[in-house]
Design a protein around this ligand. Sequence first.
Ligand code: KDG
Ligand code: MG
Length: 402
Amino acid sequence: MKITDARIIVCSPGRNFVTLELVTEDGITGLGDATLNGRELAVASYLTEHVVPLIIGRDARRIEDTWHYLYKGVYWRRGSVTMTSIGAVDMALWDIAGKSANKPIYQLLGGASREAVRAYCHANGATVDETLQSIADHQRQGYTAIRAQCATPGQPDTYGIAKGGQRYEPAERGLPRETLWSTEPYLQFAPQLFERIRREFGPGLDLLHDVHHRLRPIEAARLGRSLEPFHLFWMEDPVTAELQEGFRVIRQHTTTPVAVGEVFDSIFDCYRLIQEQLIDYLRATVLHGGGLTPLRKMAALAEMYHVRTGCHGATDLSPVTMAAAVHFGLSVHNFGIQEHMPHSEETDRVFPHAYSYRDGSLYPGDEPGLGVTIDEALAATYPYQRAYLPVARLGDGTIHSW
Ligand code: KDG
Ligand code: MG
């Protein structure tokens, strides 16, 4: 089953997406998401110039072999542009495999390990009252696990606070917006926020919180300890994961569970964190982690060490990645939870999909493959727009992690 055609489709229905479409000699098409937020055209060009010429003529059934051909064959291994490109090809090949077997992909991954994929949503607000209101609204939509973010008083640009009713701050047109970050007020405010949330909503609700790589290890340890009375489901990205020893410092001081991995691009980013049991949830995505092929291996390693999955699911990943995450989460034994940030209506119109949300969970649907298509005519009406994620500075002007 030879691959005869490969196309890269770039569109911007509210935000930028890059999609790879592979076509086989018998006319089966497979879709792979290739979106790298803020650096989209680098992946589009990498695929067009360096990957497409390599995969035309290859057997679409040789998924494992193609993955290693692209990973080892590049010589310059890893890196987000390379791994996002390989992830897109891998996703598209699994889509083709599912369609040619006439089965949803989870049936090729060992079948369903559970009835549904439990999802967590985002609640955020500029004030504590707004955050509480947002949590209540999401509970009414059926969510039983909610990520809570709130602007630190006096710091309107705190991470995770959406503007104008959006669910999340998207990359913005023009040059990167500069935001201000101050650690000490945040460390004092976060436990007050969760104290209030627990008081209003009781012990039953699972609460998550994203620190977004902003703290140093000992600060993260202090935060984790101060949040212990409120029993978080997880504290996410407390420190940047480049310094993996930082997680040892956190672990020495607190029992608040730790999640990390949305920027990981291979098992080499996480095997030590897993084997030393420094984390509890692995957030690597099917896309940026290099596809379903390596994600399954990461999950298998994690399973041995009681680490569970909690895949990244922000809206900068297209519905193609969301579908892959739902099939993955349904099948993998050590699934923990799936992030769910619904896409805008215009995005969903460009990418009609079989997966759906109901009562706090995601369901893959019965379509063969990933169950996602792309309306190319509609996509063409949303041309690419350059956009960047914000950057952060400290009060004295020093650049900080955003
Ligand atoms: O592109 C960056 C976003 O995906 C990231 O900021 C979202 O941290 C995020 C999350 O947990 O969803
Ligand atoms: Mg995050």
